[in-house]
Design a protein around this ligand. Structure first.
Ligand SMILES: Nc1nc2c(ncn2[C@@H]2O[C@H](COP(=O)(O)OP(=O)(O)OP(=O)(O)O)[C@@H](O)[C@H]2O)c(=O)[nH]1
Ligand SMILES: [Mg+2]
Ligand SMILES: [Zn+2]
Length: 379
């Protein structure tokens, strides 16, 4: 919660704000956004100063870390949750329970200052965000403030962090037993990504109707031993659907996984009536066709919500350093102190206790291979 008193906070002045010509919306912006008046004024006049040294002053509170809590007229605003965000400027916001017009959806734009205080403008407003917005006519509005985020699901994209969904309590990593074939390395990648975002991971193996489930037992047992919940599921037979419903109840879950594994189909089975669009997988490539186009939040009738995401073509792990990776492979932990070198990456080093454990089958070869791929960044 923001305190009532406002103070000035200096934030970096972004490159895209450096137009020397007067902006068209100058006058309108002053009326609309008093908190930035002094900066707009300066922005119109300043020229020739180095981009990197320029900072601007806005009204707000310095929150946790580098999060800036913007001072806004709370009485005039409504609280809501971002249901979908396209390009972080066009957002659908649903009004929270217990407020006037609860459940109503507003199409919102984003106040420029909100983008300015975000470290990366692309992540200024994302699906799942809790926001304060100023409602206008015809269910349109302007997002004035984004509340601090709890758990996030992010990926690297062109060397930048791209937050897919915020305020997530768990991620359901969906894979398929076949069509497309099961890829343990991909599951491990998502598992690390969930741990990095500090959200719990549930592993779902869908399309179990296409294989003999007994063949999956070693793998299910393996992940279960590591402490993960593993659900064997099938849309046509209904296997695992009731269990998934229980796991999703009152949680904020993201469905993630390759295109074509059945994320949207599972959601339709979990909550009939959702009618999420689904698509065939290509006969030739065994790949999905990227039917789901953008992350969209769905409320569940039994409590909680789920975000269906588009199948990810490549999932670059964001900001996990090679030396940090061993921490996300929990079965490595007992062996790490036994390595000869304290900075051992467990690749080719002499006296590596982790490699020795793999040789002795104390660590699974498949998991170790996933580890190597993640450390050396090989897709
Ligand atoms: N046999 C079988 N087919 C399934 C199952 N679940 C989904 N499918 C089929 O798999 C195909 C892809 O399903 P989608 O739900 O569109 O997959 P998705 O993961 O949402 O894919 P994207 O939106 O592209 O990321 C469709 O033809 C589904 O009918 C299942 O449990 N068994
Ligand atoms: Mg889909
Ligand atoms: Zn080692």
């Amino acid at each position: 919660m923001a305190k009532k008193i406002s103070k000035k906070v200096r934030v970096d002045f972004r490159k895209n704000r450096q137009n020397s010509a007067r902006q068209n919306d100058f006058t309108r912006q002053i009326h609309a956004d008093e908190s930035v008046i002094e900066d707009i004024d300066r922005e119109q006049r300043v020229s020739g100063k180095g981009a990197l040294t320029r900072r601007r002053t806005i009204l707000g509170e310095q929150g946790e870390g580098d999060h800036v809590v913007l001072a806004v007229d709370e009485a005039a605003c409504l609280r809501g949750r971002v249901i979908s965000a396209i390009g972080s400027t066009q957002c659908t916001v649903q009004v929270d329970e217990g407020q006037e017009g609860s459940g109503t959806r507003f199409e919102c734009t984003v106040r420029r200052v909100v983008r300015t205080v975000a470290r990366n403008a692309r992540n200024a407003v994302v699906t799942g965000d809790r926001v304060l917005f100023l409602p206008g006519k015809n269910e349109c509005g302007v997002i004035e403030r984004v509340e601090p985020r709890q758990g996030i699901i992010a990926r690297g994209h062109q060397y930048k962090q791209h937050i897919l969904v915020a305020n997530v309590s768990q991620v359901a990593i969906i894979s398929s037993a076949d069509e497309p074939p099961l890829k343990p390395a991909l599951i491990d990648r998502f598992v690390v990504s969930a741990a990095k975002g500090e959200v719990r991971a549930i592993i779902v193996i869908n399309k179990c109707d296409l294989v003999d489930v007994a063949d999956l037992q070693p793998m299910i047992g393996h992940y279960a031993q590591l402490g993960y919940t593993v659900v064997a599921a099938s849309v046509p037979t209904g296997l695992g659907i009731a269990w998934l419903r229980r796991l999703l109840k009152h949680q904020q879950t993201v469905f993630t996984g390759q295109s074509g594994v059945g994320k949207s189909s599972l959601l339709n089975a979990i909550q009939p009536g959702l009618s999420m669009k689904t698509g065939d997988i290509s006969r030739v490539t065994q790949k999905g066709r990227h039917t789901t186009r953008f992350a969209q939040l769905q409320e569940l009738s039994f409590g909680g919500w789920v975000v269906d995401t588009p199948g990810i073509r490549q999932l670059e792990l964001w900001d996990v350093h090679p030396a940090e990776m061993e921490g996300y492979f929990i079965e490595f932990r007992p062996f790490v102190p036994g390595c000869k070198f304290p900075d051992c990456l467990h690749l080719v080093e002499e006296g590596c206790a982790v490699r020795e454990a793999v040789k002795q089958d104390l660590i699974s070869q498949i998991r170790y291979e996933s580890y190597i791929r993640l450390v050396i960044g090989d897709d």
